[in-house]
Every structure is written in C-alpha cells, then in structure tokens.
Design a protein around this ligand. Sequence first.
Ligand SMILES: Nc1ncnc2c1ncn2[C@@H]1O[C@H](COP(=O)(O)OP(=O)(O)OP(=O)(O)O)[C@@H](O)[C@H]1O
Ligand SMILES: [Mg+2]
Length: 354
Amino acid sequence: MTGAAGTGAVGTASAGIPPAGTGPMLEVRDLHVQIASRRGLVRAVDGVSFEVVKGDALGIVGESGSGKSMTLRAILGVLPPEARITSGQVILDGQDLVPLRQSDLNRIRGPRISMIFQEPMSALNPVMRVGSQIAEGPLIHLGIGRAKAAERALELMRRVGIPDPERRYRAYPHEFSGGMRQRVMIAIALACEPEIILCDEPTTALDVTIQDQILRLLATLCRETGVSLVFVTHDLPVVAQVCQQVAVMYGGRLVESGPVREVLHDPRHPYTLGLVRSAPDFDNVRESLVPIPGSPPSLISPPEGCRFHPRCKFAEEDCLVTEPPLRLLPGGRATACLHHERCIEAIEAERAAQ
Ligand SMILES: Nc1ncnc2c1ncn2[C@@H]1O[C@H](COP(=O)(O)OP(=O)(O)OP(=O)(O)O)[C@@H](O)[C@H]1O
Ligand SMILES: [Mg+2]
C-alpha cells in the first residue's frame, strides 16, 4: 500500500509509489458512503483514499464508528440497503468496481476479492455441510466438476489447519469451535484464489491463543500465496504483527497512513498519537495508559475544520476552520494534520523525559 492517493493528497507524488510493473492491486479513490437514517444523512465514509500493493497487508484502525466496516463493505459492494456510495472509485487491478451491477460484482466476489467477517456463524450456512460450503465457490467460479471441487475443499481444510478434514468435511458449522469456524471462513475466502481478501475484525470473537493462531495463519497464507489483505481491527499489536502498512480512520476520514512501524511508533497525527498512547500492551515505553479525552464526532453534522480538533491538545485557530488535506510525507507516509510537527515535538519531549 502507498499512503495517500487521489483527491486530498498533496506533496511529493513519488513517495511510496511501487516499482514499475507492480502497480496497486486495489486503489480506493476519494470514496464517499452515505447512510440514510431517521436522524439525518450519516457521512460514514467521507473522502477516503488508499492503495494496496500486491502481496501486502494493510491494516485499517480507528475508534468504533469511524467508518472502517463501511469502507470494506463499499469495496466489496455489500453495503446495507440504506447506505450507498455517493462518489469515488474502487479500482481492482485497473477496473473500477463502483459502476458495476450486482450481477457483475457476483462474478468478482470469490475469484477476485473475498471477505472474512468477525462472526463466522452469521456468514456460514448453518444447514449446509462445511466441506460443501468451501467447495461451492470453486464449483461456481472455477468451472471445475463436483469431485475436483471437493478435492480442492479438502486440500484447503488441510492448509488452514483443520484436523481430520476427511471426517470434518461432512460436519455442520455448529459442530465446530469458534476458531475452527474462522478457519473455515478463511478456507472459503481462499477457495477461488482471490487477489485480495478483506478481513473485518476476523479474530475479535476468539480467545487470545486462538486469535494468535489465526493471525499467524493469515500472515503465512498472505506470504505464501501472494494474496493481499485489508485488515480492519481495533487492535494495534495485531496490526503490527500482520500488516506492513496501516491507515488510521477518524470520523469517516483517513487521518494518517504509511508503514506500520513508523506510523505506530512515531505518529504524525495527534489522533494516532492518542490511539497509541491509549492502547494496552502496545507502546511499552510508557508506564500508564492515557485515554483520548472526549468522544468521537457526529457523522451527521461533523465539526467544522479538522474533525479531531475538539479533542486535540495541539489544536490551533486554523484547525477550527480548515479541513486538513491528506499530505504526503517522506517515506511513503501521509497525514491530515495542519500541525503534524507538534507530534514530533511531543514524542521527542516524552523520550527526553524518560
Ligand atoms: N445502518 C446504519 N444506519 C445508520 N448509521 C449507520 C448504520 N450502520 C453504520 N452506521 C454509522 O456509520 C458510521 C460508520 O460505521 P462503521 O460500521 O463503518 O464503523 P466501524 O469503524 O466499523 O465501527 P466498529 O469499530 O464499531 O465496528 C458509524 O457512525 C455508524 O453509527
Ligand atoms: Mg466495524
């Protein structure tokens, strides 16, 4: 992934551009999603742009309600009926998916792009045998016969670490544990060899040890198969473990992006700084956690200027009126803060005090 792309990105365009011939697998450009609700129009995704390079994993982090799931759903074309993409592009390997009809999207979902949800039980069919659910995609999309599709499902079950696949092929989802069900979801997501898999908090519902196994599995599969991942999570250590790149969302907008290590250890946006300082078990240079004061903005009538300004300890007068564009920084990084150098000063002062 490179940092910023499309509208709102200014600065050195060469920062983070992949070498020739390895263009982005997925490019999201100035994406806007609005949801009609009784209280008004929710601007759930408001001008988000990013890129994912082949074989890379991009983490999307941000507080609850910042628009992470809506971004993923918009990419896959599975928004709830009250939500719609009002503008922007989702370019998969050169093709914009936004104007496509559902019937065309159905041909893309599975063989080119797939998704793993937080709760596998709601995504799996409770009355269909697990093996058949894994075999279904290859049967429909790869034009192979039943026997070959079943063979492929067994091979995938082995690959994602489901023990005794021959026996388990005929089991139903309720006969599997949460971790095993998530392995089934991963097998389904991989079944048609997609170019990219979108993961929405795929391990949140699992206990810590199982979480770790699933994350390792995803990271290994990503490395071995060259599939790209977009990985939504609240969990910063998980992003650091699985992803090379990270994008930080706040109030429906992307506020910072770049290589994981640099962004999470040396943030260039006060919101990222707050997120890192409030995350347990993440930045062990601190002794105590500092929660971000205040609450997330309304996405029906967000604050003028920078959406983070009411909670930002560095806010100045211009932050109240000027909406900061996502600016490219050296090293493939980008930030949407008018005064990002204040983060550098704060981090340096903290380190000097230790
Ligand atoms: N069906 C809906 N009707 C109205 N507003 C909605 C609906 N679904 C989501 N929203 C709003 O859209 C915004 C973005 O929601 P989204 O689910 O993308 O957040 P998220 O970042 O995934 O949060 P979480 O971390 O809790 O999963 C939120 O403010 C949410 O309240
Ligand atoms: Mg979500």
